[in-house]
Design a protein around this ligand. Structure first.
Ligand code: GLC
Ligand code: CA
Length: 563
């Protein structure tokens, strides 16, 4: 595989509204990020992805853009962004922006024109189709609940919005629109950013028959994913997009695409794929708080392991997934993977070891490094997110009582991951000196960055993890090494071997609260990482290993000695 500059990235995702406020308006901003660059450098990452900071009415917190060319004043100015890029560069950190081109805000001037004249130039920028009076063109359900169509006034015209009503989908069939988007993308790349995280891109192509589908819920609608995700023909647009933009800048692109059919993986993220990398969603729908896995966290973790390993084998030598456990759209990983009473230093510190040494690009989400969690709200009004409200309504419609619906929201709402970053035990967690736009988790008094600057903290362990991932003595093996599952039969160990040019590295994690002995015998040449203090020297020779509860152990082995 040809080596590329972005292969060794270790990322950190910033949700800017909740990261650091610098001007006392209760909202995080770009100067706030600049102020925290030192902390990020200490953490050991070399790339930051910033969720959208473009001009937006914030109906979906920035994923609804009303002017692609401007930074929203809430976040600062273009000058601030330039300064962020150059300050980050001095610390060896690349800045990646979010690119939202499946839809705009309904307040975008293009859409405002489209409303006035659906048949005109800008009407063709969006997907506007005829319904029949109050009956929309078809019964697709929006990804955020309710009909995916919104009527324009009392005309027969409806516009499509796969996300909120305030996010009309763009019409990618229109070449003029596509060219306009490419120009905009190149303007941002000119500023010196390292690339983009690309939002909702799997949805840009729709099945053009727009036919009705058999209802799959009490609302009479159909979730129709196959009609608007990875639809045949999308390849033409993806190739064109890449050739007209990303290729010209050798930038890094990370796409939000779930469920890529295996035979298309190479086209997507192979050597000349449409993107550098895609997120691997394969654990996102598992939660011990809700649904099928409720109360079965051990079995759930074993299941996730098997899926992740399968994906690793599929991608081996072909390309790079982006591996992560958290983002702004899912609840925090301690909550999702572990019951509250099982959360402690050892259980939390084994979590990053599950994914950081896999093949691919590891990403940390802000606050993950200090073990931030969600917290239950007492009323639905404490949430801000429209998607969360829509879900709540759906649960009521399904027959839940308001209490039951709120309980489910507390266990599932993505907003649990969007509470302000907990920097210190000062008022408002050091995020701001005024009341923030969204309440801070009350546990900030004990769970915060200041407190975790000490050796032996979770954050300190994350630093060891990133340091080992980027240690030049081992980096090539983590990045290019082969992947071989180990100990899968135990049901308790998440283990694998990575090897490259004679170097063999072994990762063994006991993801349960019970000790367990490995089935295979290993030769420990050198311990590289351990979330328990090792007092005794590694055993001589080849032996099975007794792993303590939650123990995460990474060591260099002697390949020839492995069974
Ligand atoms: C992506 C974003 C999510 C947003 C949606 C619509 O899934 O991650 O936060 O709401 O796209 O843009
Ligand atoms: Ca601010």
């Amino acid at each position: 595989m040809k080596e590329k500059w972005w292969h060794s990235l270790v990322g950190y995702q910033i949700y800017p509204k909740s990261f650091q406020d610098s001007n006392s308006d209760g909202i995080g901003d770009l100067p706030g990020i600049i102020r925290r660059l030192e902390d990020l450098e200490q953490l050991g990452i070399n790339m930051i992805w910033i969720c959208p900071v473009y001009q937006s009415p914030m109906m979906d917190h920035g994923y609804d853009i009303s002017d692609y060319t401007k930074i929203d004043p809430m976040f600062g100015t273009k000058e601030d962004l330039k300064q962020l890029i150059s300050e980050a560069k001095k610390r060896g950190i690349t800045v990646i922006m979010d690119l939202v081109i499946n839809h705009t805000s309904s307040l975008h001037p293009w859409f405002q024109e489209a409303l006035k004249n659906p048949e005109g130039k800008y009407g063709k920028y969006y997907i506007i189709r005829k319904g029949d009076g109050e009956i929309p063109p078809n019964n697709w359900r929006s990804l955020f609940g309710g009909s995916a169509w919104e009527r324009i006034g009392d005309s027969d015209n409806y516009y499509l919005h796969l996300f909120t009503v305030g996010q009309p989908d763009l019409n990618w069939e229109n070449e003029e629109l596509r060219k306009e988007l490419y120009r905009m993308i190149n303007d941002w790349l000119e500023l010196g950013i390292g690339g983009f995280r690309i939002d909702a891109i799997a949805h840009i192509k729709k099945d053009l028959s727009y036919r009705n589908l058999p209802p799959d819920g009490p609302d009479g609608l159909h979730a129709g994913m196959q009609w608007f995700r990875n639809v045949e023909g999308i390849e033409t647009y993806l190739r064109e997009l890449k050739e007209n933009t990303f290729d010209r800048y050798d930038c890094f692109t990370l796409a939000e695409v779930d469920d890529i059919p295996e035979e298309r993986l190479n086209a997507y993220i192979g050597e000349n794929g449409y993107y550098s990398s895609v997120f691997d969603f394969c654990h996102c729908f598992h939660s011990q708080l809700d649904g099928k896995w409720k109360g079965h966290w051990k079995e759930m973790l074993a299941d996730i392991r098997d899926r992740v390993f399968e994906r690793q084998k599929k991608m081996e030598g072909k390309g790079f997934f982006c591996n992560y456990q958290e983002n702004h759209d899912i609840i925090r990983v301690p909550d999702r993977f572990l019951p509250k009473e099982k959360q402690n230093f050892h259980s939390l510190s084994m979590l990053p070891v599950l994914y950081f040494f896999l093949a691919g690009i590891p990403m940390i989400y802000q606050g993950q490094e200090i073990g931030m969690t969600g917290y239950p709200r007492e009323k639905i009004g404490d949430y801000e997110d429209l998607a969360t409200y829509n879900n709540y309504q759906e649960y009521l419609l399904e027959g839940m009582t308001p209490e039951e619906a709120l309980e489910k929201i507390n266990a599932t709402s993505r907003e649990n991951a969007r509470t302000p970053m907990q920097w210190s035990s000062e008022a408002y967690a050091g995020f701001s000196d005024v009341k923030p736009w969204f309440d801070v988790n009350p546990d900030y008094v004990t769970c915060n960055v200041e407190e975790q600057r000490r050796p032996g903290s979770l954050r300190d362990f994350f630093r060891k993890v990133t340091a080992l991932r980027r240690d030049s003595a081992y980096e090539k093996t983590w990045v290019y090494g082969s992947f071989l599952p180990q100990e899968q039969e135990t049901g308790q160990i998440w283990g694998f071997q990575r090897s490259y040019k004679g170097q063999e590295l072994i990762v063994l994690v006991n993801f349960t609260d019970q000790p367990v002995r490995t089935v295979q015998a290993y030769l420990i040449r050198k311990v590289l990482l351990d979330n328990y203090e090792r007092t005794e020297k590694p055993e001589q020779g080849r032996n099975t290993i007794m792993l303590r509860p939650w123990q995460a152990l990474v060591f260099e082995s002697d390949g020839s000695d492995l069974i």
